[in-house]
Design a protein around this ligand. Sequence first.
Ligand code: TRP
Length: 325
Amino acid sequence: MKKRAFSGIQPTGKLHLGNYLGAIKNWVKNQERYENIYCVVNSHAITIQNNPEELKQKTFELFAMLLASGLDSNHSKLFIQSRIDYHPALAWILDCNIPMGDMNRMTQFKDKSKKNPKNINVGLFNYPALMAADILLYQSDFVPVGEDQKQHLELTRDVAIRFNEKYGECFKIPEPLIPEVGARIMSLDDPYSKMSKSNSSENGIIYMLDSKDMIIKKIKRATTDSLNEIAFDRERGGLYNLLCIYECLSNKSRSEIEKSFQGYGDLKNALAEAIFAELEPIQQEYTRLTSEGGYIHGLMTQNEEYIKDIARTTYEKAKSLVGLI
Ligand code: TRP
């Protein structure tokens, strides 16, 4: 039996190269190793997003983009979180088993609250419990996530271990799977903050649907330094980030990459080419999938019975263990 991997991705913002190289490309690459379940976590998105039409559209786009990126239904089951009611239902049971002090330590809540002081809601605080429910419902062995989700994974493991001890065996204890390369793609114009909609300006982000010209323009403008010397050196953040992106897209070792380029101009040209070569087939597939509206909607529901069965089994067990009738 294959081990099961579960991960979630939020439909906020347009999908970009940071999402793709940090998560999706690895999901696709490893999809034959595991039985994968991937969830578009739109219920998490309403902790921040409050434009209903936009949320619907983004959910649809993300779902299509994940398929276009190469997730294949033989190995990876893709579904929409809000369509399975067991997620918030299990989150409630977990809520009642997470000490306030543990939740208070979550750094992502603090960061998000600071960034958006006008909308600090209870859901945002409670976000990690819903995430734990996502993972635990499916008895997941592994959770492929970025480094920034490590603390949420620890909380998930802690609540699962505590629950099993207190009420009886119910949840499998999941392990994080954090990729070494590409886990953190930084912004092109501010290489010390992560490439993300909330941190970066438009020039700092390459979107999945950017044209070749856009990609070339953004890479040309990317921050480097004046040494014009190619080396993987973390201290030189701009250059390091470009080299890491190239590394993710090529099959070359770091030392081979360092020898491949004369200077920054040379590197930037090759990098823009490599990015477009990766994105072009995905863009074509995305266009094909979305040109017929009903097609994606059909795919959205295709895995639901399978998913619901797994979730129901875990939920009913947890419910009964805590004495809910
Ligand atoms: N919190 C994750 C993120 O922002 C998204 C997420 C929600 C998730 N539920 C999950 C990731 C379950 C892995 C497993 O990246």
